[in-house]
Design a binder for this molecule. Sequence first.
Ligand SMILES: [Zn+2]
Length: 250
Amino acid sequence: MASTAHRVCMAMLALPAIALAHGEIVVDVGHTLAAPGATSARGRSEFEFNLDLAREVTAALQARGRSARLINEDGLIPSLKARPQAAEGAAFLLSIHHDSVNAFELQPWQWQGQALDYNDDFAGHSLFVSRDNPDTARSILCARIIGARLQRMGFEPTYKNGRRRAYADPMHAVHYYDGLAVLRHATMPAVLFEAGVIKNRDEELLLRDPARIARMADGIATALVACLTAGQPADDEATADGPPLQPVVE
Ligand SMILES: [Zn+2]
């Protein structure tokens, strides 16, 4: 965790409003081909889920006139640190992931002759920010607005990650995860989004549905653009977490 002095110093490096409002948004595809993350209940890798949603989010941002760029589309990025480096100069970094469960929570099952595992107890999205990012207050604000927008559209958050990660905003399932490399090494506000639980057999199918992916991407893009153009973050991280947000106005 950063010291108070470090945080105050880093807060002065926050991007100016014009850069936030017009700068590029970078969308990171979580994991790689070599280390593709968790395997879904039906045997599909997290990387493949991340790629589908990240492409849609990028397209939805571009459809709103924002400059947006995917990183790690080929799944070949060499390290965690290379992600924020690839985002250098951007106004915002959004890393796309899909969630799993603990190994002891898995049940075995067979799917099309394959021995796989699942857990149907948890479903829903969640969001993560780091207090070691140079603009934690803006990161929290954007995460809260994404969460608020998605819930308003009918998407449900998961509270499973509250068992291990402290909340920045419980209502919108925004957590602190200070040590996440992609967030803490970013030089711009950054959020990691977990779209849903791919070990859940019902939610997995929803997370593979192209129309639902596009709808979720649309909600994320609406929220992110609102946050970067009109959002007023708290003065510092200490006051950024707190009472419910007003709904996003389109
Ligand atoms: Zn992941």
